[in-house]
Design a binder for this molecule. Structure first.
Ligand code: FES
Length: 383
């Protein structure tokens, strides 16, 4: 059957108008997209700021945390003689695991680290406890004198450098306020049915926070908790505790430096395979002086800020960056043990001078309060 030939109609005026409108809209969208791309590239934040915790890659373990939140002191309790417990409340708080700590930005601007001692399963607040240190650097005095119910505080973190590894048995040792990271660990071990023992030492029972809860955790008749108040019982028998530890148990210790040093010294004579985990709130030793080759001026490029600063000999990277480019850059101890100043390195060779970072973390980050560029080379930081 012969086909009927198609007749192409001439476009009407209405169709021509529609085509023109679509073409103009497409051109406008193209121009807008180009303009937006140009503005993003011109922004000081280009390339996009790093994630708080990288989701992949070597930086994943470094956990360089800079996000801060405004929380409110929801509850303040005198936990023991000279110790206040604060519950800080806010919305959308990240989860945390036993051993984690937060950076608290005090009203003066000083930053201090406090272990979280509440229950990770309770959302919406973080709990910390602080002992007043009369001759300290002033942070604990600020907490005691200026943080009251209703006070707003800035908090960074949480971060965790004292993780509770999975193990078939735990031995916990806490001295005084060192109980704060240990307490959530004990609760976790108890909840999961993992055998544990705790030695908790302090100057006097009145000065030891959370004593009541800890004594309740010891099941009646079970010899799991040993409380040593030095004014009544003398020094704790650390050797006896470690001698009774199950082989290959994980030992977690937090407290004064002499306690942690004594435990480390006893470990070679303890049962086989014990692994010691400690958390320090002071450097184990003063950072060793930089070798002459590393104590020379060098340059640090701040990639996101688009500035380059010169670090003179004898001045830390932290000081140079704060003086020349970013006066609000956070820091706390300036001795390489708190981790507040950890930054990601994008290029350059680092002379690490801390005892905090793991080898994996050193692959792509540094503590800018103590570490320097190797041999006066140039560093590029993700700042
Ligand atoms: S400020 Fe504490 S490690 Fe640098």
């Amino acid at each position: 059957m012969p086909r009927t030939p198609r007749i192409r109609k001439a476009p009407t005026a209405r169709t021509a108008r529609a085509v023109r409108t679509v073409a103009v809209a497409a051109a406008a969208a193209l121009v807008a997209r180009r303009a937006l791309r140009h503005r993003i590239k011109a922004s000081p934040l280009w390339p996009m700021p790093a994630l708080e915790t990288p989701v992949s890659g070597k930086g994943r373990d470094a956990q360089v945390t800079t996000t801060s939140r405004q929380l409110t002191v929801a509850e303040r309790t005198e936990e023991a003689a000279g110790v206040v417990r604060l519950r800080l409340a806010g919305d959308g708080l990240p989860d945390w695991e036993p051993g984690a700590h937060i950076d608290l930005v005090l009203p003066s601007g000083a930053i201090r680290q406090y272990s979280l001692c509440g229950d990770p399963a309770t959302p919406g607040s973080y709990t910390i406890a602080t002992r007043l240190i009369e001759d300290g650097r002033g942070g604990s005095r600020e907490v005691h004198e200026r943080l009251h119910e209703g006070t707003a505080v800035e908090v960074r973190g949480p971060r965790n450098r004292f993780r509770l590894d999975e193990c078939h048995a735990y031995v916990f040792l806490a001295g005084g306020i060192g109980i704060t990271p240990i307490l959530p660990m004990v609760r976790r071990a108890e909840r999961e049915g993992v055998p544990w023992r705790l030695l908790y030492a302090g100057r006097s029972r009145a000065s030891m926070p959370f004593l009541e809860e800890i004594e309740k955790l010891a099941a009646p008749g079970a010899d799991r908790v040993t409380v040593v108040a030095e004014d009544e019982d003398g020094r704790p028998d650390l050797a006896a505790l470690l001698a009774g530890a199950p082989p290959y148990a994980a030992v977690y210790c937090c407290g004064p430096e002499p306690l942690m040093d004594a435990v480390a010294a006893l470990l070679p004579d303890a049962p086989e395979g014990l692994t010691l985990h400690t958390e320090r709130f002071a450097p184990a030793a003063a950072p060793s002086p930089a070798p002459a080759a590393d104590n020379v001026p060098f340059e640090v490029e701040l990639h996101r800020t688009g500035r380059t600063v010169t670090v003179p000999a004898g001045t830390s990277i932290l000081r140079a960056i704060r003086d020349q480019a970013l006066p609000d850059l956070p820091y706390s101890c300036e001795q390489g043990f708190c981790g507040t100043c950890q930054q990601r390195v994008l290029a350059g060779e680092v002379a690490h001078r801390d005892e905090l970072l793991t080898d994996a973390e050193r692959d792509d980050s540094l503590l800018i309060c103590v570490s320097r560029a190797r041999d006066g080379g140039r560093l590029v930081l993700d700042l």
